[in-house]
Design a protein around this ligand. Structure first.
Ligand code: FAD
Length: 523
């Protein structure tokens, strides 16, 4: 049975082969007695700026374990057997709406059980989608069905592909292994902060589609769910593109947080929805070299990865928080609107994260008390209003309103340097935001600078408006993961309000697929 060795440290730039002698010393054996050494976790410890270390956990197998003379306590790990799934045969007609991480992982998991489904995706396949997005960024011509939010791969396709999640779920490893099967870098299996990058994510998405087609899934692009047939409180059919009606027994709804027309449809049908808090604000950009210097100190080893940060601030009087979110080292700020006449910003990076800028969302919490009215769609209207204002402020051509960070916090000065395309227009950003949001962001920025000296910089630029942080409502479901109001309707992923981010959306999709499989197995 292999040994698990934690806290082996190397200096940046030292070859990982140096872990073998370290592991041998910890076990009290000769290096030649190690038959296998595998990385389980790799992180950067940058707490001491002058003495940054790479910290590893490794799994070590020995030829002869009787020779171990350990230095300290040792942990043993059982070799994991690949999970086996019972094969199910069922005439049940399953329809999955959405090919983001949630919908794709519902499908991949159903395939393990030998089940198939019809998959509806309103947007285009990832290659045609990439052309639509490039045209939008170059010329400001938005395609409302094929953009950064909509299309094969879902909202995270034009992202940094960060896979960190706070969710503790036994299926995390299963998700990462499947991503590696389809072309993600193998290091995501052990990196403390794994990421794929938009470039490699697109190939992964293509690979998943091919696997699903092989497994018998019927995939339809440019196929928007526009209606749901209901009988006796349960789903009986789906309507596609307002014309084609197909029978359906289980409808898995994984439409993401930007499917506003789908939310409106659910509301009209009387599906149980509720308002939920989310966050809005700005995107901040700094030179990556400045963030590296703040996080690693001067003269850090060049082999260290581009530095990241995550900061939070809580105003205990107002109860409102500000936080950084979805930080993209070496990335760009992207135009992420999905409706005409609105400006939305977000961020993405390539796998190598080697661009000159670092960007991050800088957002403050908002909730039902900030919205107008009691409709479950009030949060959507709140987002839309901010996005329309940003469109007008940017000059009505999808340019983003922008301001130097120094100007925003009232110190004056600073330069506007932004990677956002099709371009930016200088604007007083506080005037776009609800006053409590702007005030909390200003306090947050001052607080972040106390934690990260240099965050307030003449080289930092803000763009507006960051609104698509998580779902503005929840499609309420019960313990069996079906809608509280409609049998056979399985809301899942970020759009349903049960996930936030690529990993947690995928994990939620798996939960739904397992629930459907368990029900079929029991019937
Ligand atoms: P989505 O990915 O939004 O997928 C929903 C899919 O459903 C879409 O493809 C949409 O076209 C389709 N759809 C919607 N309505 C319909 C309909 N009526 N009929 C048919 N199809 C429909 N998260 C991270 O964890 N790490 C990151 O680095 C990261 N960066 C991001 C960068 C950007 C620019 C964006 C926009 C998001 C980023 N996110 C990131 C968030 C992440 O992308 C989402 O949390 C995740 O994609 C949610 O997965 P999902 O499957 O629930 O929904």
């Amino acid at each position: 049975m292999p040994f698990l060795l934690r806290n082996l440290t190397l200096n940046p730039g030292v070859e990982e082969s140096a872990l073998r002698p370290l592991a041998a010393a910890k076990l009290g054996v000769r290096e030649s007695e190690i038959t296998a050494l595998a990385l389980v976790r790799k992180g950067v410890d940058a707490r001491k700026k002058g003495a940054i270390k790479l910290v590893y956990t490794v799994r070590v197998t020995l030829g002869d374990e009787s020779r171990v003379r350990p230095c300290g306590d040792l942990t043993r790990v059982e070799a994991e057997e690949p999970r086996r799934f019972p094969k199910l045969a069922s005439p049940e007609r399953i329809v999955i709406v959405g090919m983001g991480p949630a919908g794709l992982f519902v499908a991949l998991r159903l395939a393990e059980y030998g089940l198939t489904a019809r998959v509806l995706e309103r947007g285009r396949d990832v290659d045609r989608r990439a052309s639509d997005v490039a045209r939008f960024w170059r010329l400001g011509e938005l395609c409302e069905q094929s953009n950064v939010q909509f299309g094969e791969g879902g909202a995270g396709t034009f992202s940094d592909g960060k896979l960190t999640t706070r969710v503790k779920d036994p299926n995390c490893g299963w998700v990462l292994e499947r991503l590696v099967d389809f072309g993600a870098p193998a290091e995501i299996l052990y990196a403390a902060k794994p990421h794929i990058g938009t470039d490699r994510l697109r190939a992964v998405v293509r690979g998943i589609r091919e696997r699903l087609i092989e497994a018998g899934f019927r995939i339809g692009f440019e196929s928007r769910l526009t209606g749901i047939g209901i009988a006796k409180g349960g789903v009986k059919s789906v309507v596609v593109n307002d014309t084609d009606e197909e029978p359906c027994d289980s409808l898995v709804l994984a439409p993401g947080h930007s499917a506003r027309d789908t939310y409106a449809l659910l509301n009209e049908l009387g599906v149980t929805l509720e308002q939920k808090p989310f966050a809005v604000g700005l995107r901040v950009e700094h030179p990556q070299a400045l963030i590296n210097e703040i996080q690693y100190g001067r003269n850090a080893h060049p082999s260290l990865p581009p530095a990241e940060y995550a900061q939070t601030y809580n105003n205990e009087v107002t109860g409102r928080s500000a936080y950084s979110f979805c930080m993209c080292p070496g990335g760009v700020v992207v135009a992420a609107a999905s409706e005409a006449g609105q400006v939305v910003v977000n961020g993405m990076s390539g796998y190598r994260r080697n661009g000159p800028y670092a960007n991050s969302a800088l957002v403050a919490t908002v909730g039902p008390a900030d919205f107008t009215g009691n409709s479950p769609l009030a949060g959507v209207e709140f987002q839309r209003e901010l996005e329309r204002r940003a469109f007008v402020a940017g000059g009505k051509g999808y340019r983003a309103p922008a301001q130097s960070l120094l100007d925003f916090i009232g110190r004056g000065g600073g330069r506007i340097l932004s990677s956002y395309r099709p371009g930016v227009t200088e604007y007083d950003l506080a005037s776009l935001l609800p006053a409590p949001v702007a005030a909390t962001l200003r306090e947050g920025i001052e607080h972040f600078d106390r934690k990260m000296r240099g965050f307030i910089s003449a080289e930092a630029t803000l763009t507006a408006v960051e609104t698509r942080t998580s779902a503005p409502l929840r499609i309420v479901r019960g313990a069996d993961l079906q809608s509280l109001s409609h049998r056979g309707l399985y809301p899942t992923g970020e759009g349903a309000g049960y996930a936030g981010g690529i990993m947690s959306a995928a994990l939620d999709g798996i939960r739904v697929a397992d629930a459907i499989a368990a029900r079929i197995a029991a019937s």
